[in-house]
Design a protein around this ligand. Sequence first.
Ligand code: C5P
Length: 221
Amino acid sequence: MKKRINIAIDGPSGVGKTVMSTMLAKKLEYKFLSSGSFYRVIAYNAILNNIDLENEQAVNDAWHIEDLHVTEDDKIIFKNEDVTLKIREDNISRGASSIAKFPSVREKVNKFIQTFGAKYKGIIVDGRDATYRILPDAEVKFFLWATPEVRAMRRVKQDHEMGIESKYEDVLESMKIRDYNDMNRAVDPLKVSEGSIEIDTSDMSIDENFEAMYQEVLKRL
Ligand code: C5P
């Protein structure tokens, strides 16, 4: 049987972690989990139930690990509802960034992912702390980077293609705020962890970025 490994990918918002993870998962026939999507689910649940996003205990008591399921075709089911698309909305992104600072929430999210990962060898996890907290034993670890300006430009282009007209200055501002929050929070901040392969994607196309990562993965297979 072919050797299967675990892959962890960290990096700031909008750097392309999910696109790269999805491409790698398809090529390698691995399962991919985006850890950010679970912070989004918890924020969605809190907002839906009018819970104060600054109240750690109320936010965390409002969900249980058993409420969460990821289907074979990667849909996220929460309390029997398919929330895959709902959690992508802008207010949920902001909420997720806010509740992600709570240690009790992080602990529960990590437990869910680690339990899931124990069942599948050949898992790809992306996030902010995937390389050193969620999958510290991953055989390959990446830190993806691009300047906030490049990431904002890519997001505006992507929005335009989906028929959404967003303003570059607004997107850039929100990107910088999320970077600041993610890098400066006390618990498990975004950082280049030991053993991570750093890739600056600012001047790379999607294919070049994928190829750079895939070659690193192949070295370990
Ligand atoms: O990656 P994504 O944008 O979906 O993540 C949503 C939010 O969850 C991020 O803004 C970040 O603050 C938080 N997050 C985190 N740790 C992770 C993944 C995401 O704190 N491992």
